[in-house]
Design a protein. Structure first.
Length: 168
């Protein structure tokens, strides 16, 4: 039986091969850890976005459920100044949709002024008279309004949602 002398010398891995292997594994592991770190750091973003949407939907529903006074009927609504709208006075003094125009709230609370865990969020409401429909089905601008609720999350991203309220 013939034994090749080159095979006798090749009994394991050399030191250079081992160092190259360690360097390759270190670079790959560093890349994976950087990706995991980036993913973990931004994993809360969807939660902030969802909370802002939920807060905006809740405030939009609150405004839509208020009484609607048709501007075409010649009825004058008396609303406290928009700057006076606070979480404490929302439940008692603001029961007409138009009164919410210009509403702004720093730190979202419920109607009873209870904290909701959203103290770092800001909300604002804008009311715009709009005509809806076309032809015979048109609703006049004074009989319909667009309600735009904007909520800003702690990172400064703004979420705006629109809804409509009509007299009918």
């Amino acid at each position: 039986m013939y034994i090749d002398p080159a095979r006798l010398r090749q009994a394991g891995i050399s030191l250079i091969e081992l160092i190259i292997f360690i360097v390759i594994i270190s670079v790959a592991l560093t890349g994976i850890l950087l990706v995991m770190n980036q993913t973990t750091a931004h994993s809360a973003d969807p939660l902030l976005h969802k909370q802002a949407i939920a807060a905006a939907e809740s405030l939009l529903e609150e405004v839509q459920l208020q009484d609607f006074v048709d501007q075409n009927d010649g009825i004058t609504t008396v609303c406290p100044p928009a700057s006076a709208v606070t979480a404490a006075t929302r439940a008692t003094d603001y029961h007409i949709v138009d009164c919410y125009d210009g509403f702004a709230m720093a730190g979202i609370t419920d109607l009873n002024n209870n904290p909701t865990g959203l103290a770092a969020y800001n909300a604002s409401v804008a009311i715009t008279a709009e005509a809806l429909g076309a032809g015979a089905d048109t609703i006049a601008a004074g009989s319909a309004v667009r309600i735009t609720v904007t909520v800003t999350d702690p990172q400064g991203a703004a979420i705006a949602i629109d809804g409509y309220r009509t007299k009918y």
